[in-house]
Design a protein around this ligand. Structure first.
Ligand SMILES: [Zn+2]
Length: 115
């Protein structure tokens, strides 16, 4: 988990537009079992946001972790915009690919996890 927190914080800062100190980082043992999800971001009406990593995510290799974080950061960036659109649209994909590229994630890994 320490590794994911460190990676997430570094990548969040590298994106530049997010208030990274304000994003709460959690770990969940049930996220994968319940919803087959490695990570999830939640945005509250107050403006606060949370990222939850499945315990399974801590067992991934660094490339996969970075690609996963790029995916979630792209959601957070889109959430933070007023014209935010939900889900896995073209804008999300392109932003995810950009963040992944800037963090030296391989093309194949980024293509598969940015979807
Ligand atoms: Zn997603």
């Amino acid at each position: 988990m320490i590794n994911l927190v460190t990676l997430f914080t570094a990548m969040c800062l590298s994106v530049g537009v997010l208030d990274c100190d304000d994003i709460e980082i959690k770990e969940s043992k049930s996220l994968w079992k319940v919803s087959n999800t490695l990570a999830r971001v939640t945005l509250y009406v107050s403006g606060k946001s949370t990222i939850t990593f499945s315990t399974k995510a801590s067992k991934l290799n660094e490339q996969s972790q970075k690609a996963l974080i790029a995916h979630e950061l792209a959601h957070l960036v889109l959430f933070s915009r007023k014209d935010y659109t939900h889900g896995h649209n073209r804008e999300h994909y392109q932003l995810c690919r950009k963040i992944a590229f800037e963090n030296k994630v391989s093309k194949n890994k980024s293509k598969s996890l940015c979807k």
